[in-house]
Design a protein around this ligand. Structure first.
Ligand SMILES: Cc1ncc(C[n+]2csc(CCOP(=O)(O)OP(=O)(O)O)c2C)c(N)n1
Ligand code: SF4
Ligand SMILES: [Mg+2]
Length: 277
């Protein structure tokens, strides 16, 4: 039998090895996004990837054979915004962990949503600080035990997609790593949407979150859990608040193509200024 080359291997730099733990959802997220790029013509040079610090930050960088910016923790959105203003024709895709996005980077996030900058944000929401030892994040569920909340978390977790919608994002979708094909479809729509697109991927960290949830190093149990507890948005509308508790509401949650996009508005103002208006 001949040697098998993975169809997505062409998108990776030679000789780079992922440091991701076995069974981590980051692999599914990476593949789902790359399948989307493949379906949209496969020209990875059209994209620039920006990421911060955290396990999710290592998804594009240094592995993807593309333009990459790997920046400080929580700061990928201001950098991505600057990049998009400088190179408006580049498709800018940002990978963020839930901690990176909603703790240290929380203010950057709400303002990037509000500005409707044409970025695609792929948020790997594993409900915890994975890379640094399993500390509680702003997404960690109430009562959940982590290394910093050994008796249980007294804070309620953010619903990141709801935060994005409330802050003004104009495309919002949420899936879990069980829904790889759906992630690919939503990623394509997100990239083609002219505005701030937020794609939340509820993802397993079998090492840190799994340990605390009684599913240590058991990604299959975590994926089955996502499969059993995910509810499509259409079905969720018929459930009471009590019935929705503990469920993951999935689907394309919001889309508004009518809001002016930030960099297009800047270009319009520049043109008007040059004409002396
Ligand atoms: C300014 C700053 N504060 C804190 C850290 C430490 N730190 C690195 S990654 C991280 C959180 C990682 O969690 P998340 O963003 O959810 O990514 P994950 O590892 O779970 O993918 C923290 C607190 C840092 N690198 N820089
Ligand atoms: S610590 Fe968790 S999030 Fe980080 S690579 Fe390992 S399994 Fe993935
Ligand atoms: Mg995390």
């Amino acid at each position: 039998m001949g040697e098998f080359t993975h169809p997505l291997a062409k998108y990776f730099r030679d000789g780079i090895k992922y440091t991701t733990c076995p069974g981590c959802g980051n692999g599914i997220a990476a593949q789902s996004v790359l399948w989307g790029i493949e379906a949209m013509g496969g020209n990875i040079d059209e994209y620039a990837f920006v990421s911060g610090i955290g396990c999710s930050g290592w998804i594009p960088s240094p592995a993807f054979s593309a333009d990459l910016l790997h920046v400080t923790h929580g700061r990928s959105l201001p950098v991505a915004t600057g990049l998009k203003i400088a190179l408006p024709h580049q498709k800018v895709v940002v990978f963020q962990g839930d901690g990176d996005l909603s703790a240290i980077g929380g203010n950057h996030f709400i303002h990037a949503c509000r500005r409707n900058v044409d970025l695609t944000v792929v948020c790997i929401n594993n409900g915890i600080y994975g890379m640094t030892g399993g500390q509680a994040a702003p997404t960690t569920p109430l009562n959940f035990k982590t290394s910093t909340t050994p008796l249980g978390n007294v804070e309620r977790g953010f619903d990141l997609s709801a935060l994005a919608m409330a802050s003004g994002a104009t495309f919002v979708a949420r899936w879990t790593t069980w829904h790889a094909a759906q992630i690919t479809n939503s990623f394509k729509k997100a990239v083609n949407h002219q505005g701030f697109a937020f794609l939340e991927i509820v993802s397993q960290c079998p090492v840190q979150y799994g340990k605390a949830a009684g599913m240590r190093n058991d990604p299959v149990a975590m994926l089955n859990n996502y499969k059993e507890n995910s509810v499509p948005i259409s079905a969720a509308a018929k459930l009471s608040e009590e019935e929705k508790r503990g469920k993951i509401i999935i689907g394309e949650l919001f889309y508004d193509p009518s809001v002016p996009e930030f960099t297009a508005e800047l270009a319009r103002l520049k043109k008007e200024g040059q004409r002396g208006l």
